[in-house]
Write a protein that binds this ligand. Sequence first.
Ligand SMILES: Cc1cc2nc3c(=O)[nH]c(=O)nc-3n(C[C@H](O)[C@H](O)[C@H](O)COP(=O)(O)OP(=O)(O)OC[C@H]3O[C@@H](n4cnc5c(N)ncnc54)[C@H](O)[C@@H]3O)c2cc1C
Length: 458
Amino acid sequence: MTKSDALHELSTLLGQRLSTSKFELEAHGRSESYFPLTLPDGVAFPTSTEEVSEIVRICARHGLPVIGWGAGTSLEGHALAHQGGVVVDFRNMAAILDVHAEDMTVTVQPGITREALNEELRATGLFFPVDPGANATLGGMASTRASGTTAVRYGTMRDNVMALEVVLADGRVIRTGSHARKSAAGFDLTALMIGAEGTLGLITELTLKLQGQPESVGAAVCAFDSISDAVETVIETIQFGLPMARIEFIDADTAAAVNAYSGSKLPECPHLLVEFHGSETALAEQAEVFGGILAEHGGKGFDWATAPEDRKALWHARHHAYWAILNSRPGCRAVVTDMCVPISRLAQAVEATRADIAASGIKGPILGHVGDGNFHAILMIDDDNPAELQIAKDLADRMARRALSYGGTVTGEHGVGYGKLDYMALEHGGGWDVMASIKQALDPQNIMNPGKVVRVAG
Ligand SMILES: Cc1cc2nc3c(=O)[nH]c(=O)nc-3n(C[C@H](O)[C@H](O)[C@H](O)COP(=O)(O)OP(=O)(O)OC[C@H]3O[C@@H](n4cnc5c(N)ncnc54)[C@H](O)[C@@H]3O)c2cc1C
């Protein structure tokens, strides 16, 4: 049996929804990051769990890799078909299946994007809080254990997924978790699948926790003379226990890039972008406490925005910061780093990273979800200049090792893919071998997104 037999069977199953066109192979062979074009053998567009199960059964019979695909925005080469195989694109499985308003939950198919979900939920007074900078799919977000600007208040995908339907490597369909808020019934298979990056199965349904729209929302931008003043403000705010809904850092280079891209007029210095959720009274109290902490650290221009359009403009600019940075050097690509450290080491980590980048000869604006101790350097490189790529990789390597030496992690939210594989043994020690054992037990042929997260033979 050969690859072409497998593709023939898949095409009998899916008809035109199995594509081997150059256009689709290339569209599913690119990564958002610096990794080179890597073509799969075919792209499948299933419309149901039954079809996903049958796709996996066919691939299992022929030993062909199966790689899930949401929006393709992951940053560590997660969805690239390194060993060939079939990419399963979930764009035709993007429905909201059920909104349980009284339970504040929603059940969705994996291909729906976070923006589409919140648009549909708007009339219910509920929303789904996890917001990675890209308009990712819920299946991809669960698979990378994503988070975003609101994780400091509402948690990451780990905290917001209650139940899953998953197609395993042999085509079996299982359900994990329940619609109850808690459970002590055995191994937590939902948690196992979240962050597995499609290496253990394909997610075909998710039940998510929702939040009520807050009564009042206030957002503000404040400027600082130095990175350390901004970061110390964050540390004190978190240690004080102020329930921030968002607390984001951007450095001077990011502010300049955002101005040029989004037409904002931020002073070119470090900033915090913050948001508070609650009643009007709670908001006023929180703002007063935050204003006090800010003043102690020389924060300026606590520019308060309660009008929805002003807040929208602020967070739109933040969510587009990555594109703004790329735009500041036309034609460049980026090595995106993702260190996350205990909050007590945050200032040290950001300062050491800043100094390291300054000495490197390449540009790398810093921004991040600092309330969680998580920040990114967007290391800009000329794609045609291998020396710059090497400098960026060396910087990223030092950042990863620094994160570990501070008791943190090499990836706060982007995940492992194959870009971070080399750090897994360092971060987890023998725990990484346990991950490989789990992989071998659930996917003995190693067909589910092989070469990502764990290294196993086969
Ligand atoms: C500008 C920008 C900003 C970003 N900001 C953030 C951020 O703030 N926080 C953050 O966490 N990430 C961020 N990211 C990274 C990215 O958006 C997230 O990793 C996101 O969760 C990926 O979702 P996706 O739908 O694009 O998944 P994809 O990239 O398509 O896939 C990601 C992984 O999940 C697997 N997969 C996809 N669907 C399924 C499924 N149904 N079942 C099983 N496996 C599946 C894929 O095989 C792959 O391994 C950012 C990326 C960009 C480009």
